[in-house]
Design a protein around this ligand. Sequence first.
Ligand code: ZN
Length: 169
Amino acid sequence: MPYAVTHVLLTIIVIDLYRDYIAKKGSISLHTVLIGGIAGLLPDIDILADWILSFFGYGVMHGTITHTPWFALLFLIPGLVFQHRREKKKAMLYYVISFGVFFHLFLDWFLGGGYHLGVMWLYPFSFWTHKIHLLNMFGWNHVPAALDALILILWLWHEEVKHKIKDFI
Ligand SMILES: [Zn+2]
């Protein structure tokens, strides 16, 4: 199951690769990359919500409503509003948040995480779930910690070569 660190790290890396190689120069700020990384963890807020609700005798099941494409699409609304007002930077911020949430679902679906039966891709039209859960499939549950370290080192190396880490100073 991807750790919190894996979610944030991989989301930042994917957004920054897009920023470096695909996006128009200056269209995505470093601030936006950081917020996008945090958004990559946002769906797991259901764990916190469940903990708080438990004091009042309620609960929310992990990996359900915040782990549906609807939750990701929600952030497109402010994005489109800002786009309409020609506030491109703000619009981009919300598009990136939407991507971060969606990418969380993808990682939970592909590597393993969230609801044990998988992601409800068609919610609220259907409760059908699907999963790949690659890490569980191969019994690699202990791998993510090493994977995080490897990804981080490769990434820092990329940053050194690409920017001489200028971006982060
Ligand atoms: Zn999750």
